[in-house]
Design a protein around this ligand. Structure first.
Ligand SMILES: [Zn+2]
Ligand SMILES: [Zn+2]
Length: 342
């Protein structure tokens, strides 16, 4: 099978390797669609502290079962499946505390290599985070399971409530997935972002107000739309310290701020303590997702409650992975699907 390896930042190599044979509890999947993600792009551009190179990469995928190991009873060869690339251990302190997203081994035991013809899923993932893919959902849509699980986990920590006004800062794939969920929950979405193509997509997806932060000052516009109060909830999806700080000016008294975008390691932010205290602002950081969030994300996809199809900017054969990554580097497109030749 063919697998694309990131040898060094900006250097992708195609490796030909034998198909792995699944051991007990494992599953080999023929990948039918993989999606590019911000993490892949960041790693491609400048490497990643948690991904030593060379490494296979790509982590959003769906496919069909190519082979199963001993003891896998719920799936058979040929089944269409959707999955995520991590699962908690179920045994550590955090798993026992119900905070499985913080599991001590969840990141070390993740599986990369969705930009390949096949991927081998270990038993802990097969047990908890692999699901049947119904025919009505395309492989490309099913590959959204992972990023949507991240967004759904955010919503489990800090509920998006019907009728409320939610500011989403950042019009990338995650910001727009949040917008889809905001709409699905019956709330109003205000999107702050930069590139016109992304802002246009936010309008098409039903944002009540879209602000190009390079052209307009967002805070007066947010106040105007909320009778001067500020938004009920702000969801930060850029991972920039200055933007984290600015969210406090966007939120109303008694409002909530969800800090989704991870900032560079070692950075610090300042918040007005008076506002946090007397105005009772709630701040929540969120990381990754739990199996319950994955299951809920799958439901949202399968039921069509969240329609992710408009977020796919285009598709390429797997061999043109670099073309897709280079387009994203130039700011062209949101998310591309890579499709191995069958
Ligand atoms: Zn991702
Ligand atoms: Zn654990």
């Amino acid at each position: 099978m063919k697998s694309y390896i990131l040898a060094a930042p900006g250097e992708v190599e195609c490796a030909e390797m034998p198909s792995p044979a699944p051991g007990p509890g494992e599953m080999l999947v023929d990948i039918r669609a993989a999606l590019t993600c911000g993490t892949d792009l960041k790693t491609y551009r400048r490497g990643h502290p948690k991904i030593p190179l060379p490494s296979p990469f790509g982590h959003e995928f769906s496919g069909t079962v190519a082979a199963i190991g001993e003891g896998v009873d719920d799936f058979a060869v040929g089944d269409a499946v959707m999955a995520v690339h991590t699962a908690p251990c179920g045994e550590c302190f955090y798993c026992a505390a119900g905070q499985e997203n913080l599991c001590e081994s969840i990141m070390e035991t993740k599986v990369l290599g969705a930009f390949s013809e096949q991927i081998l899923l270990p038993s802990h993932i097969v047990e908890r985070n692999v699901f049947a893919k119904p025919d009505g959902l395309s492989f490309e849509e099913a590959a959204f399971l992972e990023p949507l699980a991240c967004v759904v986990y955010g919503d489990r920590v800090q509920k998006i409530r019907p009728g409320e006004t939610v500011v989403i800062v950042g019009a990338g794939p995650i910001g727009l997935l949040f917008l889809l969920l905001v709409k699905a929950r019956g709330a109003r979405g205000i999107v702050l972002g930069k590139r016109e193509s992304r802002l246009q997509l936010a309008r098409e997806l039903g944002a009540e107000l879209v602000v190009d932060v390079e052209q307009e000052v967002p805070i007066p516009l947010i106040r105007k739309l909320t009778e001067g109060r500020g938004a009920d909830q702000v969801i930060e999806c850029t991972g920039r310290p200055a933007v984290w700080e600015s969210t406090l000016q966007m939120v109303r008294k008694g409002g909530r701020i969800l800090l989704y975008g991870g900032c560079p390691g070692g950075t610090e932010v300042r918040f007005d303590t008076g506002r946090l205290h007397y105005d009772e602002i709630r701040l929540d950081g969120v990381f990754h997702f739990t199996p319950a969030a994955v299951a809920e994300a799958r439901e949202l996809l399968v039921s069509g409650t969240v329609d992710v199809a408009p977020l796919i900017s285009g598709r390429y054969p797997l061999d043109e992975l670099e073309v897709a990554l280079e387009r994203l580097l130039k700011g062209d497109g949101l998310k591309y699907a890579l499709v191995p030749e069958v």
